[in-house]
Design a protein around this ligand. Structure first.
Ligand code: FES
Length: 104
């Protein structure tokens, strides 16, 4: 019998809400990080490297490697593993440096 980590911890998350990933609706749960929500949706890569355009997603999961950078609500270079996901968030695949020069 397969058991999820949520079942093992006895977690009872609140109701799901919707975010968008490159304009596509994705379901997320309160308490998830952006990276966790993307993983749960089967999305494993959400940025490309500056040199070579190689795909990247979460690696360390604790804010150390910066592999998980994403554009969240128009702000580039957010570490998806540390940013709590919120209802209505717009996550955008980040290419290279994420157009940081345009950040507010
Ligand atoms: S996965 Fe390493 S900093 Fe986010």
């Amino acid at each position: 019998m397969a058991r999820s980590p949520g079942e093992l911890a006895g977690a009872r998350p609140g109701p799901a809400f919707e975010i968008t990933v490159d304009g596509r609706p994705v379901s997320a749960l309160p308490g998830q990080s952006v990276a966790a929500a993307l993983w749960a949706a089967g999305i494993l890569a959400w940025r490309t490297t500056r040199v070579g355009g190689r795909p990247r997603g979460a690696f360390c999961g604790i804010g150390q490697c910066y592999d998980c950078l994403a554009t969240v609500n128009g702000v580039p270079n957010r570490r998806a593993c540390l940013v709590p996901v919120a209802d209505g968030d717009e996550i955008t695949t980040q290419e290279g440096e994420g157009r940081a020069g345009f950040a507010v």
